[in-house]
Ligand binder design. Sequence first.
Ligand code: MSP
Length: 472
Amino acid sequence: MAKITISTPIYYVNAQPHIGSAYTTIAADVLARYYRQHGNEVLLSTGTDENSQKTLKAADSAGQKPTEYLEQMAADWKQAFDDLQVGYDRFIRTTEPDHKKAVNTFVKSLKSEDLYQGEYEGLYCTGCEEFKRPEDLVDGKCPLHNVEPEKIKEKNYFFRLSNYQQALLDHIKENPDFIQPVTRRNEIVSFIERGLVDISLTRQNSKWGIPYPLAEDQVLYVWIEALVNYLTVVGYPDDSYKERWPTSLNIIGKDISKFHCVYWPAMLMSAGLPLPKRVFVHGFLTSDGQKMSKSLGNVVDPLEIAQRYGVEPLRFYLLRETPFGVDGDFSEKRLMELYNSELANELGNLVQRTAVMLDKYQDGNIGEVLPHSHDVHGYHEAMKDLRFDKALHEVWLLIRGLNQYVEEEKPWELAKSDREQLADVLAHLAVDLLQVAELLTPFMPTTAERIIKTFEGGKAHLDVGILFPKAE
Ligand code: MSP
């Protein structure tokens, strides 16, 4: 049994979860369930990034004390992930004491020659919590937040990122699976090759955050300590962390790849720790073809969608439609189409029909249950590559094959002419649907469970009911 640790980013809590945060987290959960199903000891971590300046601003606008605000928001985020059936093992909040302890130990273990004091004069976007260079801006504004960054001038401690340029390039070259997909790896390689500039490790004029252990008038730059959460969740600095370090897989969106594929690995090198085995960078979701933004009023609330169509159809749709790794679109119209065609018609009807025929022609008896008959090698390969769309495509090929089988064999005619062949066909269908359920378990655990219940113990159980009532 292998130990597998999968981590999502930790989320800023200046707003409620939206479809983008649900996307990252659901994908991580699907993979975690897949590895658990196949006998691995999985640790799935997610959580909230609470030491950000944005938090202070949001608490202020809500008229709340930061701690009260954070308590409420962390509870909301946790609940949202519970509602989306995310089976996390650790929900980390960066205001928790064990995180502060991990951060202190980690920062103290950075090589002293990598740290120096200096002055930062330049731009900062609080929306991104990121220092910006003029070339990052469009018309003087941060393209992600559409606001002019602040001009700041402050005393900072710096981390000599420039020391790690060659070591990072070597690591990426020697470990081709470290950054995936390959388009993202290439972007990171060219970013590093353009030359790495040292980064601020601390912020001077900020009261909110984790104090810098080597100079208490400074707090750590939020990104620096947020990245350490990946160590906190495996128990660092207690020795046991070694059982789960390095992280097997970090799943992140493309906007934060520099932090995970450049800054974090360089800091780990400085601290003498091994690097995560794999970072998978997914694309961005738009909303009906447009960038999602509060000002356009088109931010999709995953819980509202889940209420309308069910959590599992939402999980299915997010991963079925777009290859994980490229940009995709969230369209409710498309979700409904897929719900009706693939879930209700092709899968739901097939399960229902099979159970009804078993009930009608054989008193519910399935008879001799044969072993699974389909080769699902393609599905497993796709899951390991995080090509969820491909994995689901494989399952639907199987489902479509079964629907065709029903049309060709016509069990309702066999019932009149050949009871032996009928028994064989129905047993085949039931067994193959059990195999479908197994393959769907990571994506739609409750649906899979219901299919299994429908054909449990060699009998068809009609009382499980219809899987996907038609959506309108
Ligand atoms: N707090 C940092 C991460 C720190 S990890 C040490 C952060 N938080 S975030 O809340 O802004 O974003 C978290 C994740 O949500 C990122 O992976 C980001 O890419 C993802 N998404 C945010 N909007 C998205 C879309 N519209 N589409 C897909 N994913 C997007 O960054």
